[in-house]
Design a binder for this molecule. Sequence first.
Ligand code: SAM
Length: 259
Amino acid sequence: MDIKAKKSLGQNFLKEESVLKNIANSIATNENDLIIEIGPGKGALTKHLKNKNSYLVCYEIDNRMTEILKKLEDDKTKIIFQDFLAANILEDIKDYDYENIYIIANIPYYITTPIIKKVIELPKLESMSLLVQKEVAERFSANPGSKAYGSLTVYLNYYFEINYLFTVKNTCFEPIPKVDSAVINFKKRDKKTDIKNEELLFKLIEDSFKMKRKTLKNNLKNYDWYKINEVLIKNNLPDNIRAEEISLDLFIAIANNLA
Ligand code: SAM
């Protein structure tokens, strides 16, 4: 069946078997784990995921894929035709007796951040591999001091160990998108225990990046600068530093000193 790719749904279908295999292998699941695939499309990746013999739940928004995807269902594989962002995940997976959850998705760039925000606190989430635009992958895995580093990078670092796995050339897709993509893996960290006030930490991170070109001092006018500077001095950092140069651990140290 010839289904025309819909640009509005970010449909670029992966056609390289080796890439599909590498994405499926980027999560190490056993038969008691649960994989959630977002946007299976025509099922190219789904077929590889099925071979892992874990529980598999897929969310696809495009009903035109029904005939193709329904064929992949079995007692461990379920396809749900729904917008993932509107899904009640815990309700959908409640009948499975799973150990850990793994998420895998080749997703359009415009829902990458909403998806991450939706699953960030999902109980038993172990890791997720996302195929996203290369530039987005670079932003997520950026280090302090690089251009791509921002508040989202810091926030994600709080929850996950983030690894840029490999680049996927645009020619591996049909239709061919304008830019290359990359696979990035997010491995859930054990919750940091040395944080005095999580709410204060998140607010501090958000406020620090408010005006991109301003120094930390200028962005944090409403904070006790003396307490912040104490931490900077201790770490041999100048007081005209910008948020882009500050690591998660340093934000934690600052928040703890303010708490
Ligand atoms: N996984 C397939 C592959 O690798 O060839 C398809 C990838 S394609 C880039 C993205 C898929 O996500 C499309 O099938 C699209 O219909 C689906 N999609 C887009 N937005 C979605 C949403 N909000 N919820 C679920 N699926 C969505």
